[in-house]
Design a protein around this ligand. Structure first.
Ligand SMILES: C[S@@+](CC[C@H](N)C(=O)[O-])C[C@H]1O[C@@H](n2cnc3c(N)ncnc32)[C@H](O)[C@@H]1O
Length: 453
């Protein structure tokens, strides 16, 4: 496999780096300004991490250019945008612009930027986006829920994935295809730690309660309290959690505090593992499956695992509060790994973007194509894209020139070549039509809003 040289900005304790490393990326350098995070990164992922203030673009830009990475990744601080913060755009929001500037200076083939979903509406991202587009990147902006990418936590985050020369949205269908059909739960996580056995309270009395993690899982009923059979010894780290069958996490605003093991945890924040306060105990959320007082309070190790760090991740050089902060800051490694794999598969030409929207319907209505001709047009479009290794080019002439330069294309009969070119042209025509229609709809929506106001 080709080595993809990777540099991470704002690396924190290393969650995102760990995921990309597992996916097969070569970590060449990482930067963060926080000494504690740099130390945790170093002891778990190795020495190529520097403490540096990334606002200092004059110093960092030339350094990065010398490293010549193939991909820049990073999650600039999100406090200025996050629902939990005050949402005043200040110096930390400006670091999103700094990330974009560094990408524009270094111009790696790819970049990945992570932030909270609200960042998408910030002025900092509008500015950053304009710089990235100007620098020649096609963008895929996706809000992904970590619980569908191997993480037992409902954590929605904005990921912006850029690749030089692409059309916007080029990786959307591949990210959707990598999503698992159901959310990962805390019980799934505990099962991993238990190794060869995990306990499910049987839904029907007298049926099996211990299952191996290698075999098919039983149907899980939503009974929240699960007693442990006397002869069963759970993993010591999780015994309290398993016995309680439910866990408490500090709720956001008026949200729910207690969840069963058959759910993902809510998004981890610094105070996730706080005990329930008297106010909550006196005014519990109506949907709590059991009283908060009987639910387990998560340990720091468990929260670290819920954020995708392996059980053996060494946090020992940092104090407890700093560790909670670093855990909460992280991109869960399994989510980063899934994104990394999607990128590598596209880089290798193993995936192509799916045909979007109502292309077929448009061909029938606009060009009077029969069903069979529509099918042929789609097959030819996919064939052209496979020859292009899944690349979608922002510039139509470059796309055709690149297609014509591929070896596979040169071997084809003249008629087939012309069919493939035509399929690419038709799809572009459909894309401009769809774009225009969307713009008209937006304008009409604005008119209606103005009338209503
Ligand atoms: C959201 S966290 C990144 C977490 C990381 N992606 C992970 O997966 O663990 C943002 C990081 O930006 C760092 N940071 C804040 N201001 C910085 C600056 N001026 N220069 C460099 N790093 C900075 C913080 O110390 C924090 O670790």
């Amino acid at each position: 496999m080709v080595e993809v040289r990777t540099v991470e900005l704002f690396c924190g304790a290393g969650g995102m780096s760990l995921g990309f490393k597992r996916a097969g990326f070569e970590l060449v350098q990482a930067y963060d300004s926080w000494d504690k995070a740099v130390e945790i990164y170093r002891r778990n992922l190795g020495g190529s991490v520097w403490q540096a203030d990334l606002k200092d673009i004059f110093r960092i830009g030339p350094m990065l250019a010398t490293l010549a990475p193939d991909i820049l990744i990073g999650g600039p601080p999100c406090q200025d945008f996050s629902a939990a913060g005050e949402r005043v755009e200040g110096e930390r929001a400006a670091l999103t612009r700094a990330f974009a500037m560094l990408v524009a200076i270094v111009r790696p083939r790819w970049f990945v930027m992570e932030n909270v979903p609200l960042a998408a509406r910030s002025q900092a991202w509008i500015d950053a986006r304009a710089m990235l587009v100007k620098a020649g990147y096609g963008l895929t902006e996706a809000k992904l829920d970590a619980s569908y990418y191997g993480v037992p936590q409902r954590r929605r985050r904005l990921f912006v994935i850029g690749r030089l020369g692409e059309q916007d949205g080029f990786l959307e269908s591949a990210l959707a295809a990598a999503r698992s059909p159901r959310s990962m739960t805390i019980r799934d996580m505990i099962g991993d730690a238990l190794g060869d056995a995990c306990h499910f309270q049987p839904c029907v009395s007298g049926t099996r309660g211990i299952w191996t993690t290698d075999g098919p899982a039983p149907t899980i009923c939503r009974d929240s309290r699960r007693s442990i059979p006397p002869n069963y010894r759970p993993h010591p780290t999780d015994s309290v959690l398993i016995e309680a069958g439910a866990f408490y996490t500090r709720p956001y605003y008026e949200g729910r505090g207690v969840r069963t093991l058959d759910e993902p945890a809510p998004a981890v924040i610094r105070t996730t593992r706080e005990r329930p306060r008297p106010h909550y105990l006196a005014n519990p959320h109506p949907a709590d499956p059991v009283p908060a007082a009987t639910a387990a309070v998560l340990t720091q190790k468990q929260v670290s695992r819920i954020q995708g760090f392996p059980i053996e991740w060494d946090w020992s050089s940092a104090g407890s509060r700093d560790t909670d902060q670093m855990i909460a800051n992280a991109v869960p490694a399994p989510l980063a790994e899934a994104i990394g794999r999607v990128i590598l598969a596209r880089e290798a030409g193993d995936t192509i973007p799916e045909i979007q929207g109502q292309f077929g319907q448009w061909l029938r209505q606009q060009h009077g194509f029969s069903k069979a001709v529509v099918r042929n047009a789609k097959t030819r479009l996919n064939r052209a894209r496979r020859l292009l290794d899944g690349r979608t080019f922002a510039n139509a002439s470059i796309e055709i020139a690149m297609l014509e330069a591929t070896e596979g294309f040169l071997c084809l009969p003249t008629g087939t070549r012309s069919d493939l070119r035509k399929a690419l042209h038709l799809y572009r025509e459909w894309q401009s039509y769809a774009k225009e229609r969307q713009a008209k709809r937006r304008a009409a929506d604005l008119d209606i809003e103005a009338i209503a106001a």
